[in-house]
Design a binder for this molecule. Sequence first.
Ligand code: ZN
Length: 427
Amino acid sequence: MSILIKGGRIIDPSQGIDQKGNLLIENGKIKSYPKSVKKHENDKKVKVINAKGKVVSPGFVDIHVHLREPGFEHKETISTGCRCAAAGGFTSIVCMPNTNPVNDNASVTEYILLKARTEGIVNVFPIGAITKGEMGETLAQIGEMYEAGCVGVSDDGMPVMNSKVMRHAMEYVQAFDIPVISHAEDKNLSGTGVMNEGEVSTQLGLVGIPCASEDVMVSRDITVAELTGARLHICHVSTEGSVRLIRAAKKRGVNVTAEATPHHFTLTDEAVSQYDTNAKMNPPLRGERDRQAVIAGLKDGTIDAIATDHAPHSEDEKKVEFDLAPFGIVGLETALPLSLRLVEDGVLTLDNMISKLTNVPSDILNLGKGTLKAGSAADVVIFDPEKEITVDREKFHSKSNNSPFHGWKLKGSVEYTIVSGKIVYSG
Ligand SMILES: [Zn+2]
């Protein structure tokens, strides 16, 4: 089937395109940008989508997702995670290895990719663990996982506390030109903390996680990346200190990239004040100074990409005392409208925002996605940046609904998500 998307505002940062026009999809690929559409409109084999007033861009790429399968299928599966991604405008997602069993060897990688091919509706790229079982001790089978299709390594959810192990990982990955992806946290400094350490944690009587817990490890990882020359990617930057360290590292030429999540640039630890477990995540929501620093980092390019850290947990698991609830929130279905707030606030241009959700994250992991170049796979999102929506967690396509944004009135609605020329979501 062919699809003609006509009259939209086509924005593709990978080609420097921002113009009104038409896009023709044929045989699963981007075919052309036809000036005249009459011929195609009269062709019965062409589905015509009127995109007037809408933005047409490469499908979004999320390099930080927890799909939970294998092992935690009550939270999310590869099937539901993909449907949720499609509903959020994402056509490619990268899944973290903290499943059960952990994705620390090629057989788990192959299992995930097989499931994604048979049950998934968007492109799924797995990340392998740095260490066996994410235990932080012995390196996982990185070479085999790379051969099987892993695009990077990370012990996300857990830091690699041993600096020598981190050094070995950074030396080893260079043979495959993949990055080490760091969940930067000093477990000893975090201790039993459940939220950001500060005024709010004191008022609430909850144990805090200091910003230093993140800053120390960002500093360590940058230092080891400098020592080894490895490519380092820092996950979910949440502190002013991290932003400063990454900015300085980039200035002196260290091979480091970074991402921030919509919840860290939108919320502060004030969101915890009602002991809402849907405001409990790791790293925790920080203070306003940190939030502003993350926003400044996104603006000046210190933080390259927006990633969701989509972390589904079942309602039963979250409906407990704050101390006992697991860390994490779902994010795929709220990422677009929350990111559009940065555009409305004048922090990012629309092109810039789209870039941080498409070609830039794709390039960090060499995915070859996030583009509308003729000949590439037709992974496209059509969205209305002005349409008002109310976030309703009961309507999420995710198996879980742990979101602090329930009931929020936002702007930005996904109208169509297309993967390899196939419509996988329409709003
Ligand atoms: Zn993490």
